[in-house]
Design a protein around this ligand. Structure first.
Ligand SMILES: [Zn+2]
Length: 848
């Protein structure tokens, strides 16, 4: 009894805290009845939906509660976020379908396999609809609406609901980015006033850095559908291929001053590999959103914005996989109640729109069921027909100097259900010899034909000059692999070997006598930096060879490249036997070959005691983070050092920087434009003079120039030469000279420490800004420059190509200041340029 009174008081006091109360009736359709035994959101949460922002744990618990309360639903977990929050679907359908879920899934899956899809019977086949909410964690009307949709589908009664559930299987993904959602909900709830304050200047609407949009490492998960570098996307894409939904919704928020957007977006900018029919189906589904939004009087727009050119987003990945992806963008409150030029926008209103288009999607799915199933079947059978007609028959790739990168690359392909084969014979294409044992083949004649083309085909011709996201993502270029198309059918004869079913394991090991004199390993392995850091952390004395040399003791004969790491056996804190064991374990774990040598005398070039083999200190890395720093750049660096190389990075805010003891670090990374106090800047200058390495990263280089750490001159942006134009085109004209994310070739000085570990002197790089620096006047300080014919793939105007020719991708400025002008770690999948960054971290200390 006491407990009841207490909860009553609690509920009552909560309800006093808002002045924009709504009840469940505001959201739900009025023409149906609801099963009283299903827990109402208000009963479960203690407040109505929209009164407070649901935290992820509460939302997740409600999903579990609904699954427990109903025979219409089950919860299926498909992954865990970095912060160990569950990711999954509440799967809702008729009790009969739920009982036969696995059988129905297998029958549906057949549609995507052209070898058997003709025999699928569509008559009674339920449609698969996935409703996905809030991949940007701070677009919270999306996730909050998911609780309503789940309640509606589980509690709703009557013939119409029974029909919907018998003919559809609905996967509700309530929160696509749990960690970001938790950050955002914590912020807005903690900033909420007893009386909602709609003043847009209020702190409630400006989340603290880095905000809740991104995941734990500050990545935009809505760009990771191709690269699959994060657990959220890995699980999600595996679930996509498990269920192959026919419709995938992707619920977002946009600026507070907008209305509501639903796709179709800008049709002319859609990816040309996506069939035209996809746009037609999207438009037909759009008719249902139109009707439903009209019924509640909400303003909306379509076709004017957002395109599906980049197929690595939640609304476009399905489009290139036989499904229909639909993007929704609701004006974001980012709080509870907010003044906008169009009137006061409430959180509840935003949630209602997201809820309403969830229902219109389901109605469309029900009415278009056969058409959508048929379309999915045709998509995959057409793929094989198109592959037959396409001039390229397969792509071959290899990277003899680094099996770790190849392993990750193949892992990505396999997760997308792309078939990969070993090769059976040697073949030479464009001067590259692909040997069996180290080369792999991706034939185009397979169901994922279109997606494979999007990953492998460089594109430099475009029908439009505007892009919502990057203009290219040629995956083997980002991994810096050798790759070639095979366009002659007879070259395919006898080429494919066995199909690969899992990514090749890392290959490493020892090549050593029992009691070596020193240990050597080359720098070309992706995880060589991880190995070096591990050894340094153990306290081992490590050195790096500045020049190549040939070792030959009769048993081992090998040319070692510049950047080879030398670890003498004598003078170490562990015994020779212990060292042997460590080398044995770690060579396997890190996928590198470690050589034991018997003598310090080499056959050619420098000997192991040469003063051209320099002592290396363990990097101790600090990075500016927080307000002013670029959270995207900083997050990519943090993620790489932490998750790939097991290296700590101390992130220091600008306000703390002045009082930080910099002597604990020997590398400081600057991204964006951190607001460091004059004392902090002087602190940094003294530390740099005493030998510390500063890495200016992307926009951080302007900061270095402004604060006189480097004198960098930038090439002026292309002036707008248009002599006339109409106001209507003002915005489009202004974007013609952008570089939206394109791939360029650079030339490397392989003798420079910034290029250690590279075996070819041409390196593809990614660039997404128009900033171009001039070369440092010292000719030895520009080890990586754009080539004279730099555009490899993507959009770039002739004028910008001219600006790039010969310009530096990276420069050194005097002592211990390194500029990386463009992103070496883009979206965590540019494995090919990561080494440039790691070289700056490890070898900045010896570049003098
Ligand atoms: Zn969004």
């Amino acid at each position: 009894m006491k407990k009841t009174i207490l909860s009553f008081i609690l509920l009552f006091s909560f309800s006093l805290m808002t002045n924009s109360q709504v009840t469940l009736d505001y959201y739900l359709p009025k023409n149906i009845t609801y099963n009283q035994s299903v827990p109402l959101p208000k009963q479960f949460f203690g407040h109505e939906i929209g009164e407070w922002h649901l935290s992820h744990d509460k939302l997740y618990s409600y999903m579990l509660e609904l699954a427990k309360a109903s025979d219409r639903a089950v919860w299926e977990e498909y992954g865990r976020s970095y912060e160990n929050r569950p990711l999954g679907h509440l799967i809702i359908s008729s009790p009969e379908n739920i009982k036969n879920l696995e059988k129905l899934r297998r029958e549906h899956e057949i549609l995507c396999d052209p070898s058997v899809s003709a025999r699928a019977d569509l008559t009674g086949m339920p449609l698969l609809v996935k409703l996905g909410y809030g991949i940007h964690g701070n677009e919270s009307s999306a996730q909050n609406a998911s609780a309503l949709v789940a309640y509606y589908l589980i509690a709703g009664e009557g013939a119409a609901m029974d029909e919907l559930l018998s003919k559809t299987i609905i996967l509700i993904d309530p929160a696509l980015n749990p960690d970001g959602m938790q950050r955002h909900s914590t912020w807005v709830n903690s900033m909420r006033s007893l009386n909602n304050n709609p003043d847009p200047a209020s702190m409630e609407f400006s989340e603290s850095w880095p905000g809740g949009r991104t995941n734990h490492y500050w990545f935009d998960l809505n760009r990771d559908y191709i690269m699959l570098q994060h657990p959220e996307s890995k699980g999600r894409v595996a679930a996509f291929h498990k269920w192959k939904p026919n419709i995938n919704t992707d619920h977002h928020e946009t600026g507070a001053n907008e209305t509501f957007f639903f796709q179709p977006g800008i049709q002319s900018r859609n990816n040309p590999l996506t069939p035209k029919e996809n746009g037609e189906l999207t438009a037909e589904i759009g008719k249902y959103h139109e009707k439903h939004l009209n019924s509640i009087g909400s303003l909306y727009f379509t076709e004017e914005s957002f395109d599906d050119f980049y197929v690595g987003k939640g609304s476009s990945y399905p489009d290139i996989h036989g499904s229909v992806g639909i993007l929704f963008e609701q004006a974001g409150v980012k709080g509870h109640l907010r003044e906008t030029p169009g009137g006061v926008l409430s959180f509840q209103f935003a949630i209602r729109n997201q809820f309403t288009v969830s229902l219109s999607t389901l109605e469309a799915g029900l009415n278009m069921r056969t058409k959508l199933l048929e379309s999915q079947r045709n998509f995959y059978s057409d793929a094989l027909t198109q592959a037959d007609r396409h001039p390229v028959k397969a792509y071959i790739f290899s990277e003899p100097s680094d099996n770790s990168k190849v392993s990750e690359f193949i892992s990505i392909l396999l997760q997308h259900r792309i078939k990969v084969f070993k090769t059976n014979k040697e073949i030479t294409k464009n001067g590259i010899t692909y040997k069996p044992g180290e080369s792999y083949l991706v034939p185009l004649n397979q169901p994922e034909y279109r997606f494979i083309r999007s990953l492998f085909e460089p594109v430099t011709e475009f029908t439009d000059s505007l892009f919502y996201d990057t203009s290219t993502w040629v995956l083997p270029m980002s991994f810096n692999l050798n790759f070639s198309p095979i366009a002659v059918s007879k070259e395919m004869a006898g080429l494919p070997g066995a199909e690969i079913t899992s990514a090749p394991a890392l290959q490493g090991g020892l090549d050593s006598p029992v009691n070596p004199y020193a240990w050597l390993f080359e720098w070309n392995g992706y995880y060589s930096p991880k190995a070096l850091y591990y050894f340094q952390k153990l306290g081992l004395k490590t050195r790096v060879a500045m020049e190549s040399f040939v070792y030959d003791d009769g048993k081992l004969k090998k040319k070692f490249s510049p950047g080879t790491i030398v670890i003498p056996v004598a003078g170490q804190p562990v015994t020779g036997d212990e060292l042997y064991r460590i080398m044995q374990d770690k060579s396997k774990e890190f996928g590198i070959t470690i050589y034991g040598v018997q003598t310090g005398m080499t056959k050619e070039g420098i000997d192991l005691g040469s003063n051209r083999i320099l002592v290396l200190e363990k990097p101790a890395v600090a990075m500016l983070a927080g307000d002013g720093s670029n959270s995207g750049d900083a997050g990519e660096i943090w993620h790489m050092l932490d998750s790939r190389f097991s290296m700590p990075v101390t992130m220091i805010t600008a306000s703390r920087f002045g009082s930080a003891d910099l002597n604990k670090y020997n590398v400081v990374i600057i991204t964006g434009s951190p607001d460091i106090s004059p004392a902090g800047i002087e602190n940094l200058r003294t530390w740099n003079r005493n030998g510390g390495t500063i890495i200016g990263y992307e926009a951080g280089n302007s900061w270095l120039t402004r604060n006189k750490f480097a004198e960098i001159e930038f090439i002026p942006a292309v002036a707008d030469k248009k002599k006339e134009g109409v106001y209507l085109n003002k915005s489009a004209d202004s974007q013609v000279q952008q570089i939206p994310g394109s791939i360029f070739s650079t030339q490397l000085d392989l003798t420079h420490p910034l290029c250690f570990g590279y075996t070819r002197d041409i390196l593809p790089v990614f660039k997404s800004t128009v900033t171009v620096a001039k070369k440092d006047p010292n000719i030895y300080n520009n080890p990586i420059v754009y080539t004279n014919d730099p555009l490899l793939s993507g959009y770039c105007t002739k004028e910008n190509i001219e600006r790039l020719k010969g310009a530096p991708f990276a420069s050194i400025h005097g002592r211990g200041v390194i500029s990386l002008y463009d992103n070496t770690n883009f979206r965590a999948y540019w494995y090919g340029t990561n080494k440039v960054f790691m070289n700056a971290v490890f070898f900045g200390q010896i570049i003098r």
